[in-house]
Design a protein around this ligand. Structure first.
Ligand SMILES: Cc1ncc(COP(=O)(O)O)c(C=O)c1O
Length: 493
């Protein structure tokens, strides 16, 4: 084939792939498929919330699907939908994730299509403008002044790591970014219930095992803040340089809120950085009923929040907000840079990649901004209040049931409980491990589990506002049926 002919063929192939009319037609079909999927979930017109597949089966299926010649946007979407967890199903009670509100799903489609990276202002003008708005509204909800600033980033894990880097720059020796920390003596105080990403962040920075000082928790899994002075004194006597404290708002396993005011006051008195991991619970700032659980958040130096947990936004969509805006330049800059960033020219303030881990950053802001603009904060509030109410109702059902045990009264939409009735063939932990595994293999309900004090507890996040009494009591009924059926007679092994 001569080069001209090959060039023409390539161009033809590319033209076909980008054909606007084909896009329109496939797009309309896709939206129909997605709307049907949502309707089926809400009407209960399908059997499984989680169509469990063994990993090898899944890998084989997608390999064969790609190898076949019949893939179209429609068949691809059909298979993708039917092989995915239905978060829109009211029986989805698993991880901390949400069915995005449809307007945000559509905004997300536009984000992917426009593909404007918003690390540098000129490449992401709209995204940057929306991001400034979102950061401002969230800072205001936390009770921060106009001096606050921050940015959006890809997930709570990255937001927490970035906050730890900022804490190091602010309270460390001041030279770590330039000369490195050969054998770090830095530590952070954090509750033994904090999300594992805090531990990971500390290790990424090279502080090792001693970088994390775990503060024990009380019987509600909240940090025992009265222990902070002794733990600080002990660490300092051991030669550690403690840079700050991380408060959980809330913890992942049980959804427990640390006393942020007590931590904030302790940090102020000891010149420590105060970071709040609000990946899950900082959203409560948008609920008049529940925001009291965040009392003291206004003292924080930095707060991480995920919009994709309780704020109806597609993953990943998070923000890191700093009480003092200039601190938002600290994590990835040498001192002079962050101090003088504003002087580097008015545009530099809007080049968000200066402050974020990402270089090319998706226009994350559009996903959540669209909800602020189209529905207003009352939609966040309605969702948060409803989820909390459902979690409370579920906890009450568990407490009333003679064969289930509630771990702790829920403070948010996370409920930990376990089957504690007659189970001839196993200890509580083994029995609950088995119950949860059988439940997801069966596929009707999706719940998760956690370990607390070495024992297995079942864990539900009421993430779907359309879950109702029927699904919650149905879950207990099904768990009960599985628990009392002798193991060899159960459908799934
Ligand atoms: C308290 C807390 N922090 C951080 C994270 C990590 O957030 P992401 O999954 O957005 O990285 C989670 C996730 O569940 C969490 O619950």
């Amino acid at each position: 084939m001569n080069t001209d002919k090959r060039g023409d063929d390539n161009l033809e192939l590319l033209r076909k792939a980008y054909d606007p009319e084909a896009f329109r037609e496939q797009g309309h079909k896709l939206v129909d498929q997605l709307a049907d999927h949502l309707a089926d979930s809400l009407n209960g017109e399908h059997e499984q919330t989680i169509p469990w597949q063994e990993p090898e089966e899944s890998v084989a299926f997608w390999r064969d699907f790609a190898a076949g010649s019949a893939a179209t946007t429609e068949t691809f979407a059909q298979e993708f939908l039917s092989r995915s967890v239905r978060i829109s199903d009211p029986r989805f009670l698993g991880h901390q994730i949400c069915e995005p509100v449809p307007t945000a799903q559509l905004a997300s489609l536009a984000v992917e299509m426009l593909n404007n990276g918003s690390g540098v202002y000129e490449m992401g003008m709209a995204g940057t403008g929306m991001e400034k708005y979102v950061v401002g509204r969230v800072a205001e909800a936390f009770g921060f002044s106009d001096a606050a600033d921050g940015f959006m980033t890809s997930g709570g894990t990255l937001a927490n790591l970035t906050a730890m880097l900022a804490a190091r720059a602010a309270r460390g020796n001041g030279e770590d970014w330039q000369v490195g920390t050969e054998c770090s003596k830095y530590s952070i105080l954090v509750s033994d219930q904090a999300h594992y990403c805090v531990d990971r962040a500390i290790r990424i920075m090279g502080w090792g095992n001693d970088g994390l000082i775990l503060v024990p928790t009380n019987d509600r899994f909240q940090m025992r803040t009265e222990l902070l002075p002794d733990l600080l004194a002990h660490a300092q006597a051991e030669g550690r340089q403690v840079l700050g404290v991380v408060g959980s708002a809330c913890s992942t396993s049980t959804g427990s809120f640390d006393d942020l005011r007590a931590i904030g006051q302790f940090c102020q008195a000891n010149d420590l950085w105060f970071h709040v991991d609000g990946a899950h619970g900082a959203a409560l700032a948008f609920s008049k009923t529940h925001r009291r659980k965040l009392a003291g958040i206004e003292l924080a130096d930095s707060v991480a929040i995920d919009f994709h947990k309780m704020m109806m936004t597609p993953v990943l969509s998070s923000a890191l907000i700093f009480r003092k805006g200039e601190d938002s330049f600290r994590a990835f800059s040498i001192e002079a840079e962050y101090l003088f960033a504003r002087d580097a020219g008015p545009l530099d303030h809007f080049n968000l990649a200066r402050r974020t881990f990402e270089c090319t950053k998706s226009a994350l802001s559009a996903r959540v901004y669209s909800t602020f603009a189209i529905h207003g904060t009352k939609l966040f509030e309605a969702n948060i209040d409803r989820l909390h109410q459902l979690a409370k109702e579920f906890a009450a059902m568990v407490e009333l049931h003679p064969h289930f045990e509630l771990c702790v009264e829920p403070e948010t939409n996370i409920v930990c409980f376990r089957y504690a009735g007659p189970s001839a063939d196993a200890s509580h932990s083994e029995c609950n491990d088995r119950l949860r595994d059988e439940l997801i293999r069966e596929g009707e309900y999706y719940i998760v589990k956690t370990k607390l004090h070495g024992e297995t507890w079942l864990r539900c996040t009421v993430a779907n506002p359309f879950t109702a009494e029927e699904e919650l009591s149905g879950l207990l009924k099904r768990l009960m049926e599985l628990a009392i059926t002798p193991y060899h007679e159960r459908r799934i092994h």
